[in-house]
Design a binder for this molecule. Structure first.
Ligand code: BDR
Ligand code: CA
Length: 303
C-alpha cells in the first residue's frame, strides 16, 4: 500500500474535524502532526478543538498551535456557521478527559522540524486560512523541496461565500494565499465549486448513528447542528484529493489570488484560456463523485 505522510493544518471548525476523521480512517495516511490556525474561531479555540479531536480519535501525533491572526488582516471568526465554540455550540459532545497534549513548539517550528528530518516528501492538507503555511514557506524556504504537495480546501472558480467572489479561507488571509500560490510548491485546490457538492443527507446521518460508538455519537451530534447552517462538508475534500484523485475531475492550471481591497479580495482566478501564458502552478479540482464522498464519510465513523 502506498503510504502518505501527512500534516493537517486546520481551523476546527466542524468540517475540519471531519477532515481529520477521514484522514484517520484511511490506513494510507501516516498523520505526523495537526496544526491549528486562526480562522473559523480564534486560535485558542481552534487549538483546543484540534486537541479534542486528536484525543477523541486517540491519535498519536503532535498537535501544535499556529498563527493567532492573518498576516495583515484582523481575525474575523464565523460563529454563524461554526458556533461560538467552533463546534456549532456542541463542544460538550467531546470529553475533556481525552484532550491530547499540546506541543511546546509553535506550528511553524513543528512543521519545519518534521519536514527537514524526513527522508520522504510529506503532504500538507490545509483546511483553514493559509497563514501558517505562508509564514513557514517565507521564513524557511529550504522546506519547499520536502513537501510532496499542499492540498488545499479554499477558493473556487467564479464563486465565493465570504464575498460573491471570495471563499472564506482565502478572504480571511489573502496575502497568505498569495504567498502560497507564488511559492513554487506543488499545489492542489478543492474550491467551493467542488466542496459545495460535498454534502450529507439524513440517510447518511442515520447510517452513521447506527454504529453507535463514541466517535460516531460525537460526530453525528456536531454535524447535525452544523448542517442547519452550511450543508457542505468542505474540508475532507482536501484529504481525499490526495488518496482518491479518481473521485474528482481535475486539470492542472495557472491560478492567482487577488489581494486588492474590495469585493474581489481573496478571489482565486484560474487562467482557463491560457491568456497569461504561464506554466500551471496548481491542480484544480472541478467536480466530485458525491456518492463516493458520502460513503467515505459514513465509513470513517465505523471504528
Ligand atoms: C471553509 O471555510 C470554513 O468555514 C470551513 O471550515 C472551510 O474550510 C469553506 O469556505
Ligand atoms: Ca476549515
Amino acid at each position: 500500500m502506498i503510504k502518505y505522510p501527512l500534516i493537517i493544518d486546520c481551523d476546527p471548525g466542524v468540517d475540519d474535524i471531519i477532515a481529520i476523521l477521514v484522514a484517520h480512517s484511511k490506513p494510507e495516511f501516516d498523520i505526523k502532526a495537526i496544526c491549528s490556525v486562526s480562522g473559523n474561531v480564534g486560535i485558542d479555540l481552534t487549538t483546543h478543538n484540534a486537541r479534542l479531536m486528536a484525543g477523541l480519535l486517540g491519535l498519536d501525533c503532535i498537535v501544535a498551535k499556529g498563527a493567532e491572526k492573518p498576516i495583515i488582516k484582523k481575525a474575523q471568526p464565523v460563529t454563524v456557521v461554526h458556533g461560538l465554540d467552533g463546534f456549532g455550540n456542541c463542544a460538550n459532545a467531546f470529553s475533556d478527559d481525552k484532550l491530547s497534549k499540546l506541543s511546546d513548539l509553535s506550528a511553524i517550528e513543528v512543521v519545519r522540524e518534521i519536514l527537514m528530518e524526513s527522508n520522504e516528501p510529506i503532504y500538507i492538507a490545509a483546511t483553514g486560512p493559509l497563514t501558517n503555511i505562508a509564514l513557514l514557506l517565507s521564513t524557511h524556504p529550504e522546506v519547499k523541496s520536502k513537501i510532496a504537495a499542499i492540498s488545499i480546501m479554499g477558493g473556487g472558480i467564479n464563486i465565493g461565500n465570504a464575498t460573491p467572489c471570495s471563499e472564506f479561507n482565502y478572504f480571511t488571509d489573502p496575502e497568505a494565499a498569495y504567498i502560497v500560490f507564488n511559492s513554487g510548491v506543488k499545489l492542489m485546490m478543492c474550491g467551493l465549486n467542488v466542496t459545495l457538492k460535498a454534502t450529507l443527507t439524513d440517510i447518511e446521518l442515520n447510517e452513521m448513528r447506527k454504529f453507535h460508538n463514541t466517535i460516531s455519537d460525537t460526530i453525528v451530534k456536531i454535524i447535525s447542528t452544523y448542517a442547519a447552517n452550511d450543508a457542505a462538508i468542505h474540508d475532507p475534500c482536501a484529504i481525499l484529493a490526495i488518496t482518491n484523485p479518481e473521485m474528482f475531475e481535475y486539470k492542472d492550471q495557472y491560478v492567482q489570488i487577488d489581494i486588492r481591497d474590495g469585493i474581489t479580495q481573496g478571489m482565486s482566478y484560474v487562467d482557463e484560456v491560457h491568456n497569461l501564458n504561464k506554466e500551471p502552478n496548481c491542480r484544480v479540482f472541478y467536480d466530485i463523485d458525491r456518492e463516493f464522498f458520502r460513503k467515505t464519510i459514513v465509513q470513517s465513523v465505523n471504528i
